[in-house]
Design a protein around this ligand. Structure first.
Ligand code: SAM
Length: 213
C-alpha cells in the first residue's frame, strides 16, 4: 500500500472540489484529505480513486461517492467521543472518516466477505472501529444507545430498531425510498418516542438488504 505525494495531491483536489459543492465542516474535509481512498479499492481503480464517484467493491456493492460521504457525515454533526453506529460498512472508508472525527464507531455489514476485508484493511491502516457481521436492520441492541446512527444503503422505510437505539437528542441519518432514488432524512429523537424529520434532497444508494445472507 503506497500513498505517494501524487495521491496526496489528488486528495487535496478532491477535498477542494467537495468544498466547492457546499460542504463546510472542516473536520469532514480534513478526513477526506487525510484518508487514502485508493487503499479501499481494487488496484485497477488506483488512478481514478480520487474522482468524486462511487466505485464497485464486489458483491454488487459500492464505496459511496466522496461528496455523499461528506454530506451524510456533515448532517450527523459528530462530536468527539460520541458513539456512532454505521449500517453498511462496505469498504470501511466511511467508518474511517468517523474515526478521524473522534467518534467511537460501531459498524455493521451484512456481507461476510466485505466485513472480513474491511476488518483486515482497517487494522492494517491503524483504524480500530468495532466492526460486526450482521443485519443492520436490527442495529446493535447490546451496544445501544447511540448518539448518532448513519445508514449508508437505501432503506425502503426507517427501521424501528434503529429509532429505538438512538439516545434522546440523537440523530439518525438515512436515505429512504422504495425505488432507485431515496430522500436523505435526518431524524432527531427529541424525547422518548418523539421524532422530528428533516429532508435533504435526492440520493442514489444500493439497497439495504432485509434478510441475513
Ligand atoms: N459505507 C460504505 C463505505 O464506506 O464503503 C459504503 C456502503 S455501500 C453504499 C452499502 C453497504 O451496505 C454494502 O456494503 C452492503 O452490503 C451493506 N448492507 C446492505 N444491507 C445491509 C444490512 N441489512 N445490514 C448491514 N449492511 C448492509
Amino acid at each position: 500500500m503506497v500513498d505517494s505525494y501524487r495521491h496526496k495531491g489528488m486528495r487535496r483536489k478532491l477535498a477542494e472540489s467537495i468544498r466547492g459543492k457546499g460542504i463546510k465542516d472542516e473536520r469532514v474535509l480534513g478526513a477526506i484529505e487525510k484518508i487514502p481512498r485508493h487503499f479501499f479499492l481494487d488496484t485497477t481503480f488506483t488512478e481514478i480513486a480520487y474522482q468524486d464517484k462511487p466505485f464497485p467493491i464486489g458483491l454488487g456493492q459500492t464505496i459511496s461517492q466522496p461528496y455523499t460521504v461528506a454530506f451524510q457525515t456533515e448532517l450527523l454533526e459528530v462530536k468527539k467521543d460520541e458513539k456512532v453506529l454505521e449500517i453498511g460498512t462496505g469498504s470501511g472508508y466511511q467508518a474511517c472518516v468517523l474515526v478521524e472525527m473522534g467518534a467511537k464507531v460501531f459498524s455493521v455489514e451484512r456481507h461476510r466477505p466485505l466485513f472480513q476485508k474491511a476488518k483486515f484493511l482497517l487494522e492494517k491502516m491503524g483504524y480500530f472501529p468495532k466492526l460486526f457481521y450482521g443485519d443492520g436492520y436490527k442495529g446493535l441492541p447490546s451496544f445501544a444507545p447511540f448518539d448518532k446512527i448513519l445508514v449508508t444503503a437505501g432503506a425502503p422505510e426507517i427501521p424501528e430498531a434503529l429509532l429505538q437505539q438512538l439516545k434522546e437528542g440523537g440523530f439518525l441519518v438515512i436515505p429512504v425510498g422504495a425505488g432507485a432514488n431515496q430522500v436523505m432524512l435526518r431524524v432527531k429523537k427529541t424525547a422518548e418516542g418523539v421524532f422530528e424529520k428533516e429532508e435533504f434532497g435526492q440520493f442514489r444508494f444500493v439497497p439495504l438488504i432485509g434478510k441475513k445472507a
